[in-house]
Design a protein around this ligand. Structure first.
Ligand SMILES: *[C@@H]1O[C@H](CO)[C@@H](O)[C@H](O)[C@H]1NC(C)=O
Ligand SMILES: *[C@@H]1O[C@H](CO)[C@@H](O)[C@H](O)[C@H]1NC(C)=O
Ligand SMILES: *[C@@H]1O[C@H](CO)[C@@H](O)[C@H](O)[C@H]1NC(C)=O
Ligand SMILES: *[C@@H]1O[C@H](CO)[C@@H](O)[C@H](O)[C@H]1NC(C)=O
Length: 241
């Protein structure tokens, strides 16, 4: 079975469609923006730690480091993928429908969300960064069609019951129900090529395991800022049906 997810990712000769690779390019702007953010957070922490998430210690995956990240249990795993049951979660999100998703679009989306946690919210409060930066790609059929991109930061747990409202009208609070995800994990600095390779590996492994999944969308999850040089972690998610 050729997954629909790969329909617009491959050329007719089966090679990867580099136009689409550029469409999901978002690594560099996020890295740059996160760099700016961690510079800010460093200053704030040295000025009294006001941005630290004060929630009680929990057992979280190592790759979350000291940041809040969505809670899940592992339903099953093998060397190709992991099936995770995520608990309900609350995110701040912004979305865009475009034919080409370039650095300009991803940077703009990142800074809208960054603006929210930096204080552009109804309480004018600074909000701790969480992980991952999650980007949902929902693509239409055909080579020249628009795709929907939604970028999300998880709202820290202590604010999830009542998150401050975004002031930017293009930013919204997004309550996600419990959901099951098929996840492929990889280390290092992610690139478009690595995202694509891992999406292909994940969907092939799911096909081999005869696990059906939504074929017209996927997520990329990045857990680290640009100045983390060790123990970096990235994921590709698809939704099993
Ligand atoms: C963005 O998300 C909102 C809320 O889910 C939805 O109503 C809207 O259609 C989406 N816009 C785009 C451009 O995808
Ligand atoms: C993207 O969002 C727009 C506006 O909400 C919607 O009309 C369109 O069908 C969506 N396209 C895809 C591929 O999801
Ligand atoms: C803050 O919110 C306003 C809307 O009140 C929006 O126009 C502006 O772009 C936002 N600024 C940032 C830095 O996100
Ligand atoms: C899927 O199965 C085929 C045939 O057994 C095998 O060659 C391929 O490596 C498998 N792919 C993955 C990602 O498991």
């Amino acid at each position: 079975m050729t997954p629909a997810a790969l329909w617009s990712l491959t050329n007719s000769d089966g090679t990867l469609n580099l136009t689409f690779l550029r469409v999901i390019n978002q690594v560099n702007p996020i890295m740059l923006a996160l760099g700016a953010f961690f510079a800010v957070i460093g200053v704030a922490q040295s000025a009294g730690g006001i941005l630290l998430d004060a929630s009680i210690p929990r057992v979280t995956p190592w790759f979350c480091h000291d940041q809040g990240c969505p809670r899940y249990t592992v339903k099953s795993s093998n060397d190709k993928f992991e099936i995770r049951n995520y608990e309900p979660s609350v995110w701040v999100a912004t979305n865009l429908t475009v034919m080409t998703y370039t650095r300009a679009e991803s940077t703009m989306m990142f800074y809208k969300l960054f603006g929210y946690i930096a204080g552009n919210n109804s309480l004018h409060m600074k909000i701790a960064m969480t992980a991952p930066v999650l980007t949902e790609v929902y693509h239409g059929q055909g080579p020249d069609c628009e795709s929907n991109f939604t970028m999300r930061f998880m709202v820290p747990f202590e604010l999830q019951a009542n998150p401050p409202a975004p002031l930017d009208p293009t930013v919204f609070i997004d309550r996600q129900p419990a959901i099951t995800m098929a996840v492929r994990q990889y280390g290092g600095f992610s690139t478009d090529e690595l995202k694509m390779e891992n999406l292909v590996e994940l969907t092939e492994a799911l096909d081999n395991a005869t696990i059906p999944y939504l074929g017209n969308m996927f997520f990329t999850a990045g857990y680290d800022g640009p100045y983390a040089f060790k123990n970096r972690h990235n994921e590709i998610w698809v939704v099993p049906m």
